[in-house]
Design a protein around this ligand. Sequence first.
Ligand code: ZN
Length: 115
Amino acid sequence: MYKDINPFHIKQLHAMPKHCDKCGQLYNPEPGFYMGAMYVSYGLCVGLFIVCFFGLYILLHIDPVVLLLIYALSLLLLFPFIFRYSRVVYLHLFYDFDPEAITRHQQEQKALKDQ
Ligand SMILES: [Zn+2]
């Protein structure tokens, strides 16, 4: 879904092709489409916080200040993954899996070549 597979190449973090080369799905259906992915990102960060803070606090009884530092560090490290995954989840919220999309796209491409 992304031009550069490595999420730590920050300059290419959000670079996406226009559409999927397998099924033809548009990756940017409308301008500003991925603004809503912020909410998915927020949910992922809250989930990470719950796991990091309460999980480690209950299991390991680590000082809450240290847990906040661990959380902040893990957010810094996981930011590229959270950014990209939230976009993927957001796109999937609006477009369902279509098992016939690949064959339909191949037929369309073949028809374009034959013209
Ligand atoms: Zn596809």
